[in-house]
Design a binder for this molecule. Structure first.
Ligand code: ATP
Ligand code: MG
Length: 195
């Protein structure tokens, strides 16, 4: 079973991915945790380039670098794990590209979806939880995060817009409140998938 956690920077994705993985493991299930971009040798190197504030790049180059990292992690990590019946909990996946590059950078959802599905060979999460409603950013911004308040607002709105386009796969989860409250909402939003 492949699920992804999505949402703007600092909304609690990484925290909730860890709590979800822990809960599934406590049930005796094999869980593979991954994050995007990254998770492979190539992916981690691409991640370093993408997040480096010293590196400038055009929107299309950025979109293709994300796609390259995604192609690699899908082929090397995600597809084999799903194949053997493990759970895969991914911190960001295709929907981050649809929102950041497609909507917020203005390339358009369609071309980014085409490139992304080419990258994954058609693989999509069975369910995607979009966290929304809080901003807990506190650390130094990386290149993506340094894009400014306007960009961040477009990203937050973009995730809501995207969720409405694919209501069966993508579920909005209120990220306000204590970690275990949010974890409970995520568990409920995975209804029908977990034991
Ligand atoms: N429910 C919560 N209540 C209070 N603090 C939280 C909660 N969830 C996460 N945090 C804290 O908020 C900060 C941001 O959370 P986290 O790193 O999980 O977000 P993220 O969405 O992964 O961010 P990024 O996009 O930067 O990777 C962290 O310091 C985390 O410990
Ligand atoms: Mg994170």
């Amino acid at each position: 079973m492949f699920v992804s956690l999505e949402g703007p920077d600092g909304v609690g994705k990484t925290t909730q991915a860890a709590l979800l993985a822990e809960r599934l493991r406590a049930m005796g299930l094999e869980v593979v945790q991954c994050r995007e971009p990254g998770g492979t040798e190539l992916g981690e190197r691409v991640r370093a380039v993408l997040l480096d504030p010293q590196v400038t790049m055009g929107d299309r180059a950025e979109a293709l670098l994300f796609a390259a990292a995604r192609a690699e992690i899908t082929q090397e990590v995600i597809a084999p794990a799903v194949e053997r019946g493990a759970w895969v909990v991914c911190d960001r996946f295709i929907d981050s590209s649809l929102v950041y590059q497609g909507i917020a950078r203005g390339i358009g959802i369609e071309p980014i979806l085409d490139v992304s599905l080419f990258a994954t060979g058609g693989v999509l999460p069975a369910r995607t939880l979009v966290l929304h409603g809080v901003d807990r950013r506190d650390d130094e911004p990386d290149r993506m995060e340094a894009a400014g308040a306007d960009f961040h607002a477009r990203v937050a709105a973009g995730f809501i817009e995207l969720a409405a386009l694919e209501p069966e796969r993508i579920r909005l989860v209120d990220a306000r409140g204590a970690q275990d409250e949010v974890a409970g909402r995520i568990w409920d939003a995975l209804e029908g998938l977990h034991p």
